[in-house]
Design a protein around this ligand. Structure first.
Ligand code: ADP
Ligand code: GLC
Length: 486
């Protein structure tokens, strides 16, 4: 099966969050299952500065954007996972310090990207069976392939995967001509939402198959507030909205081989490996060496979604207790950066805050931590709780989205049955998070119980194997069915 994956970011080229992890590792997993996979991403400045061998692919064409024609030059890189990445190069649009940034030309640059990707899907040597769009930046592609025939063969099927309903790519109606599609599609059943062009809605409406990144999130988004206004559109497609939990890249995230750790470890020597990681982390952060207190960590975007307000509240509740140390690594909202730095200043010796995006430090924190906080207000899948498991770190999560599907609360029953994998709390409430963390700290103080929990979570298999098979099964089913009528 020939599969074209389209995303706005992907490891190892450019990353701001979990989408990059998925868009970079799902193609490799599909390739392992025998698919012939190509990935399309923008040639972001970050991607070109990584030192990866990237060469001209010998493909270039103009993309009409409104009255203008913008040149797309295609670059190619062979990714070790066994697939080709094609990078859409347009320095005017993508040679920028940040991947996203509320740029005034966002409509033009992302519509350009989607239109270039759609064009590419028709230009490459052999036709694709599946053209798979991720998130709103690629949401226009299913509509372009359906409405501008015969760009690709009738046998091609389109798939739209939603990683986050809150980001929809909503632009003023006046940007409709940039899509290249007729105004008649600007209606409430297709591309329009609240008088604006909505690219996520477009993808949902026109794709043959719609998926999201966990079964619980697939249910949540079909009603309010999870659907963020698109619940009606999704509910209409409920028969085709599948939820598949993300896999993780078990090579990049492996404590036994991780180059960011001072001492590799597995399930049998996790305590020693984590102790060494703690020592390295604190040395690197310039804070006091490990002192026997448990380490509670948070790594994530400093955005409302992530429950960062609950994290700040927790720091003030527990940092003075002497029972734990805290480390926070994150970048994003300046308000939360300030709140975190303030918490660290008023509780010296208990909290380390690092503002910034640092892949190596994220690995080291996962290895050093005992408890890992994911108190999200909503979470489509979440990857950091899965990385935590692999590194022998117990996640503390709120019961929402993919966190429900991947973490089983520690209780006498689940410990006995060997399924316990973290500490779960229900409400968006500081005292509930505090109670969950205190349960975690109590468990940490019970060496036998803790060793058992660490062994248990390190034995969990979050590799792509079963999730990629699930994608493949859905792709096959979609290919066997007639294409959705536009
Ligand atoms: P989301 O995609 O919503 O941000 P995920 O849990 O799916 O959440 O993925 C987050 C990814 O981004 C993980 O790989 C995590 O380690 C990484 N990450 C988030 N913030 C940082 C940071 N400040 N530094 C390094 N890595 C980060
Ligand atoms: C989004 C979601 C996150 C998910 C990631 C990858 O960024 O917020 O929950 O894990 O996409 O699918």
């Amino acid at each position: 099966m020939r599969v074209l994956e389209i995303a706005s970011e992907a490891i190892p080229f450019a990353k701001t969050g979990g989408l990059a992890d998925v868009a970079g590792s799902l193609p490799a997993a599909l390739a392992r299952l025998g698919c012939d996979v190509t990935l399309v991403i923008p040639a972001h400045r970050e991607a070109l500065a990584k030192g990866i061998t990237i060469e001209p692919a010998g493909i270039g064409f103009d993309v009409p954007i409104g009255e203008r024609r913008e040149p797309a030059r295609i670059l190619r890189a062979r990714v070790p996972g066994g697939f080709d990445a094609l990078l859409v190069d347009h320095p005017g649009f993508f040679d920028r310090p940040a991947l996203y940034g509320d740029y005034p030309d966002d409509a033009a640059r992302w519509m350009f990207f989607a239109r270039a990707a759609a064009e590419l899907s028709a230009r490459l040597e052999a036709p694709f069976d599946i053209v798979h769009s991720h998130d709103w930046q690629a949401g226009l592609v299913p509509a372009l392939l359906k409405l501008l025939p015969p760009v690709v063969p009738a046998a091609t099927r389109t798939v739209m995967t939603i990683h986050n309903m809150a980001y929809q790519g909503s632009f003023p109606a006046g940007d409709m001509p940039l899509t290249g599609l007729d105004w008649r599609y600007f209606n409430w059943k297709q591309m329009e939402c609240h008088d604006r062009v909505n690219l996520l809605k477009t993808g949902i409406v026109f794709a043959d198959l719609v998926t999201t990144v966990s079964p619980t999130y697939a249910r949540e988004i079909q009603s309010s507030p999870g659907g963020c206004g698109l619940e009606g559109v999704l509910a209409q497609r409920s028969g085709t909205v599948a939820g598949i939990v993300n896999g993780i890249d078990t090579v990049a995230w492996n404590p036994a081989t991780d180059p960011y750790l001072p001492r590799p470890y597995g399930a049998t020597d996790a305590a020693a490996g984590k102790q060494a990681a703690k020592a390295m982390l604190h040395a690197r952060l310039g804070s006091a060496p490990p002192d026997g207190r448990a380490l509670v960590a948070f790594v994530g975007r400093l955005a409302g979604q992530k429950g960062i307000g609950l994290v700040v509240d927790l720091l003030h509740r527990l940092a003075g207790s002497g029972r734990a140390r805290f480390v926070v690594l994150g970048a994003g909202d300046a308000h939360w950066e300030g709140e975190l730095s303030h918490a660290a200043a008023v509780h010296p010796g208990a909290i380390d805050v690092v503002i910034g995006f640092d892949e190596g430090l994220a690995h080291l924190v996962q290895a050093a931590a005992d408890l890992f906080l994911v108190p999200s207000l909503y979470e489509p899948c979440g990857l950091t709780q899965l990385y935590a498991h692999r590194y022998g770190t117990l996640p503390v999560v709120r019961a929402t989205g993919g966190l429900v599907d991947t973490v089983v609360d520690v209780s006498p029953d689940t410990v006995r049955s060997g399924t316990a994998s973290g500490f779960v709390f229900q409400a968006v409430d500081g005292s509930e998070l505090e109670q969950a963390v205190l349960r975690g700290l109590d468990a940490h103080a019970d060496r036998d119980l803790w060793d058992r929990l660490v062994q248990q979570v390190m034995g969990l298999d979050w590799s792509w194997a079963s999730s990629a098979r699930e994608y493949l099964r859905l792709f096959e089913r979609t290919l066997a069915e007639p294409s959705l009528e536009a």
